[in-house]
Ligand binder design. Structure first.
Ligand code: FBP
Length: 551
């Protein structure tokens, strides 16, 4: 039995805040019918029963009764990577269904979507839920990356759903898992099965967002944890004045995490993958840019600095993107590839790639090239967290500086240290923001179930306002979808939100980066605070602040 730290014991008593519309009796109000963000005809044809549904909003029902006459059962699944606040989504669902009827029950499927298919589950009772309130991690029921996409899986799921008399399934996941939630909702609706499916927006990556889903949960806490540590490294760096720290930050694809951490800590360089792609930059362009900053700082006597690198960078360098896309198709169509030894795999790739992509592949250091051919995750993605971009870049910067030195354009010392921050932040105890937001998402999901919704994502908006003013409701998942080429096929998927180069967070960064590069403007955010003044404890991410008009 794990022992609870003193902070954990005190934190357990925190009562997350809810939007005032969810206090007591609630009424659902339907908005206008919706359209998908792209490929409307194709998405409509694939989701004939769940396409075009209206947005839903919840209002306080002053005359209504808060409860329902019959208890009901709900199943919950945690899907994909961990994100701070998952336990609060579950405790929000639990409290929400209990508020509707005290005999309602919650079942957790174990270790991700696979638990539904394999009928591995546990009932989540009050004593279990109480152990996990306001804690980080997904260990209450575990998580996994099994992709729910086959009718056989849906049918196996239905067996246990019927056996446990489950009325609705809540899938807490990222864009891929919520896409699967939409597919499952459509499947059950098409079959006339009464089971509802509701999604909740989770991922530290921050890329499951749009006008209606303002942020995914976990981003706030994870970026605060990384920023604390980056700040500590900045202070160390500014004390010893002898190292360049190359810090890779998680975020499989989009650079939201790196950008948020840059806004919080003001490093000397921060690469934004989306800008690299938009400007059609090569690896050499990125390296030259960093080397120029190192040389300029050295000219002022500052042989130290901080470089932030987004985990997904490799896939955004246009030449690499084209290589990875061709490799994805190749690997999807040649299952025999997995059985070859490393040398034969390399030869196979070089023989089968188009000329330009083969040249790019050959130009890469062996380790990176090999990583690009290794197993994809179950959604067909390259496992970018395993590619050591921070080492690749610092090695190349070192070589470039040697050239500049030979040309008399650089006088200085360059000693690099490497870090990768990802797993350190994914299971942190949720910040007040994430604790409140997650609890509200879960509590709100109970209301979506109560009003019969299926194929909806739980949505809580106006997040930079005080939590009592948050707007609770549901967004049809099909509304966020378009068609994309994945794993060798065109598939309906939720569109990933990349960093918007015209958006306020990037513009704020771009307007300061020159100064942050040359001067030492570090900012030390310090650790997440749970107790104390609200402007310290309840602050949102800088990204959300600037996106919602903050200055
Ligand atoms: P989700 O999108 O499932 O939330 O996962 C995000 C993430 O943490 C990425 O930032 C990272 O690239 C990936 O998971 C790592 O995957 P794994 O947990 O399988 O190592």
């Amino acid at each position: 039995m794990a022992t609870k730290s003193i902070l954990q014991q005190k934190r357990a008593a925190y009562q997350p805040k809810l939007p005032s519309s969810l206090w007591g009796a609630v009424r659902a109000v339907a908005g206008e019918p919706t359209q998908s963000v792209g490929n409307q005809d194709e998405i409509k044809a694939l989701f004939p029963n769940t396409y075009g549904l209206p947005e839903l909003f919840f209002e306080k029902d002053v005359q209504g009764a808060a409860g329902v006459s019959e208890p009901f059962n709900v199943g919950v699944i945690l899907s994909g990577g961990q994100a701070p606040g998952g336990h609060n989504v579950i405790s929000g669902i639990f409290d929400g269904i209990k508020a509707l009827h005290k005999d309602s029950r919650l079942f957790g499927f174990l270790m991700g979507p696979g638990g539904l298919v394999d009928h591995d589950y546990m009932e989540l009772t009050a004593d279990i839920i109480d152990e996990y309130r306001n804690t980080g991690g997904f260990d209450i029921i575990g998580s996994g990356r099994t992709k729910l996409e086959l009718p056989e899986q849906f049918e196996k799921g239905l067996e246990i759903i019927k056996k446990l008399n489950i009325r609705a399934l809540v899938i807490i996941g990222g864009d891929d898992s919520n896409t699967n939630a939409a597919v499952l909702a459509e499947y059950y609706k098409a079959k006339g099965e009464p089971v509802q499916v509701i999604g909740c927006p989770k991922t530290i990556d921050g890329d499951l967002k749009n006008e209606l889903i303002e942020t995914s949960f976990g981003f706030d806490t994870a970026t605060k944890v990384y920023s604390e540590v980056i700040g500590n490294i900045e202070r160390d760096c500014n004390s010893a004045k002898k190292y360049w720290h190359f810090i890779k930050l998680m975020g499989r694809s989009a650079s939201h995490i790196a950008l948020e951490c840059a806004l919080q800590t003001r490093p000397n360089c921060c690469i934004i993958s989306e800008e690299v792609e938009a400007k059609n930059m090569t690896l050499a362009d990125i390296v030259d840019g960093i080397a120029d900053v190192v040389a300029a700082r050295a000219a002022n006597g500052n042989n130290f600095g901080i470089v932030l690198i987004p985990e997904g960078l490799i896939e955004f360098i246009p030449a690499m993107k084209s290589l990875i896309a061709e490799l994805n198709d190749m690997l999807a169509h040649h299952p025999e590839f997995a059985g070859l030894d490393a040398a034969a795999q390399r030869a196979f790739v070089l023989n089968n790639l188009s000329k330009d992509n083969a040249a790019t592949f050959e130009s890469l250091p062996d380790g990176v090239a090999r990583q690009l051919t290794l197993d994809r995750d179950p959604h067909g993605n390259v496992q970018v967290s395993l590619i050591e971009t921070e080492k690749l870049l610092s090695e190349m910067v070192g070589k470039r500086l040697a050239q500049l030195k030979a040309e008399g354009r650089y006088v200085g010392k360059f000693a690099a240290l490497h870090h990768f921050f990802g797993y350190e932040g994914r299971c942190a105890d949720p910040s007040n923001f994430d604790a409140d937001y997650c609890y509200a998402l879960g509590y709100n999901a109970a209301q979506l179930i109560n009003c019969g919704a299926t194929g909806y994502m739980s949505s809580v908006r106006h997040l930079s306002k005080p939590s009592a003013e948050w707007l609770a409701g549901g967004i049809p998942i099909t509304m966020m979808m378009n068609m994309e080429h994945r794993n060798g096929k065109n598939k309906p998927v939720i569109r990933k939100a990349l960093v918007d180069l015209d958006g306020a967070p990037f513009k704020v960064f771009a307007s300061h980066r020159q100064e942050w590069a040359i001067n030492t403007c570090y900012c030390y955010p310090g650790p997440i605070q749970y107790f104390g003044p609200t402007e310290v404890c309840d602050q949102t991410s800088r990204t959300l602040y600037y996106e919602q008009g903050g200055e």
